[in-house]
Each structure stands twice: as C-alpha cells, then as structure tokens.
Design a protein around this ligand. Structure first.
Ligand code: NAG
Ligand code: NAG
Ligand code: NAG
Ligand code: CA
Length: 293
C-alpha cells in the first residue's frame, strides 16, 4: 500500500464516520423532538387537570371557610360555653364577618366580650377619630381599642345584654367596678343610640355615670349628634354617647394626675370627678348561651 492510498482510505473512512454521525444525530434529534412534543402535550393535559383540581379545591376551601365561620362562636359567652379560656378569640358576630376580639373569661363568671380598653401605653391610640372608625372598630385588641359600633349593634339588638365597667384612677390603683343589667346599641340609622339601665348598687364600687347617657345618639368629631349647642365630641376628644356633654368620657385622653381638662378620660362630675388611669368596658348576654344557629 502506498501512502496515497492510505490517505485516500483514511479520508473515506472519516467521511463515512462523519456522514454516519450526522445521520444518527439527525435521527436522534427527530426522536427527541417527538418525545419533547409528547411531553409538552402531557404537560398541557396535566395542567388542565390541575386547573380543574385547583378550581375544585377553591370551591372546597370556600365551603370550609364558611363552615368554619358558621361554627365560630358569636361572642365571648358562646366561646366560654365551648370551654374557651383564652383572651384573644375569633368570633363571628351575627350578620358580620369573623373578627378577633378580647374576652374576659375569669371575672364574675366570664363570658364577657371587651368593647373598650384603655390604659397608659407607649403607643397610645388616638380615640379622637372618625364616625367610620368608630363604626368599624379600631386600635389593638391586646392594648387599647374600640370594638366597633356595628358589632355592638349586631350583638345587642336581639339579645338582652349587661355591661360591666372596670376603672382605676391615679389616686388609688385598686379597681372599681360597676354593672348595668341592660345595655343596647341601636342601628347606624338610629345613630347607634344607647340604651342603658339597671345599675346595680349592691355589687358596684364605681358610681353610675352612664344612666344619664341613656337615649343619647353616638357622636364623633366629624358627626355631631349631641343635644348641646357645642360640638361635644370635638370639644372633649372622643367618640361617645354625648348629650350635654357627659358625666363619663371613657374615650377621652388619658391625662396624668398633674394635667387637667374636660377632654380627659373622666368618670363623674365635681366633687366626685375621677381622672382615670385605666378603663375597661365589657358586655355579655344576661342569660348564658342565648345564641342559636
Ligand atoms: C350584680 O347584681 C345584680 C342584681 O343584684 C345581678 O343581676 C348581676 O348579675 C350582678 N352582676 C355581677 C357581675 O355579679
Ligand atoms: C332610656 O331611654 C329610652 C328611650 O331612649 C327610654 O324608653 C327609657 O325609659 C330610658 N330609661 C331610663 C331608665 O331612663
Ligand atoms: C379632635 O379632633 C378634631 C378634628 O381633628 C379637632 O378639631 C378637635 O380639636 C380635637 N379635639 C381634641 C379635644 O383634641
Ligand atoms: Ca351639638
């Protein structure tokens, strides 16, 4: 064999290899493409299946959440009846979406839904706020808050409620308490009119400063419903059932003992007037567990 033949032979050999390789590569690519297309089809199909599943799940979730909402207690007395001792509780007031509230389950047999909480904090809540905020509720349920007039109306409109107030002033850190056996809040159309009665002197150490507010409409700095020529809410800095203007101002500013002013959190009038350090208002049905599904 001469060298020319060797070169020609090698050339043909490599050519054969290259052609062969290209061929098999092409064949491979075709197969891969088909496989890929099949996978894409599979993927699209499973995507459609998944989409259906997601829709099913969403539907199931909707019915589960309405079931959960349906089985939530209406208030803290219903929570208590189910054995709950916790303070922060999810309730579903009649006719309203679920919400977190603060419960008092130890005092006086428990079952109390806290509607207003005040105490000195580093982040005081501004209680000189709007009709809308008082309607919806505002603040932080572990600190200071107003539960919301709509909740108050929905809880008290059909079921007789009692009210309990716990106060402390700066001169005496011992708590004073008072109970009223009737507490009802009207609808927004009635400007959340207050009905209060049945102060019980036997078990109250705080004086009755609320009875005189009976029948008053609710007022805020942007909605004057008091019977005074002045604007009580704006003057005294709270949202409240002002009349002319108040004997108790539970949503007033927490003032230090050396401060003074009618816009303070005040309980009573001179000479019985107390400048409060803390205040909690809570309600519960007069008879236990009155709610029915
Ligand atoms: C206070 O007394 C009244 C009647 O004397 C009673 O109906 C009410 O349940 C008592 N309240 C508390 C919190 O003990
Ligand atoms: C409270 O007000 C309502 C109407 O606003 C009235 O019917 C009721 O007699 C009042 N109760 C008392 C004790 O004043
Ligand atoms: C309450 O807020 C209103 C509106 O911002 C203001 O006009 C009024 O002076 C405030 N009242 C007090 C006591 O701070
Ligand atoms: Ca007025």
């Amino acid at each position: 064999m001469n060298s020319q033949n060797v070169v020609a032979g090698l050339f043909i050999f490599f050519l054969g290899e290259v052609i062969g390789q290209t061929d098999s590569t092409r064949r491979g690519r075709c197969e891969e493409k088909a496989a890929l297309q099949a996978e894409i089809r599979n993927f699209q199909e499973s995507q459609e299946v998944l989409r259906g599943e997601v829709a099913n799940l969403r539907e199931a979730l909707d019915s589960v959440s309405s079931l959960v909402a349906y089985s939530l207690p209406e208030d803290c007395s219903a929570a208590k009846a189910r054995g709950s001792w916790t303070s922060t509780t999810m309730i579903k007031p009649p006719g309203l979406p679920p919400r977190l509230v603060r419960c008092e389950q130890r005092e006086q047999g428990g079952g109390w839904t806290v509607i207003l909480a005040r105490r000195p904090t580093n982040n005081p809540v501004n209680f000189n706020t709007t009709w809308q905020n008082y309607k919806d509720g505002f603040g932080d349920i572990s600190e200071e808050f107003w539960i919301g007039n709509e909740v108050l109306h929905k809880l008290t409109r059909e079921i007789p409620h009692q009210l309990r107030v716990v106060i402390t002033d700066w001169s005496d850190t011992k708590e004073k308490t008072a109970t009223w056996n009737m507490f009802v809040v009207g609808s927004e159309d009635n400007r959340y009119k207050l009905g209060i009665d049945g102060y019980s002197p036997h078990n109250s150490t705080a004086s009755d400063e609320l009875q005189i507010h009976n029948g008053s409409s609710f007022s805020t700095h942007d909605y004057d419903n008091d019977i005074d020529t002045e604007h009580c809410a704006r003057q005294h800095g709270g949202g409240w059932w002002y009349f002319q203007c108040y004997t108790a101002n539970p949503t007033g500013k927490i003032l230090m003992p050396f401060q003074a002013g009618d816009h303070g959190m005040i309980w009573g009038v001179h000479p019985k007037k107390l400048t409060l350090r803390s205040l909690t208002m809570m309600i519960r049905p007069v008879s236990p567990a009155p709610y029915h599904h």
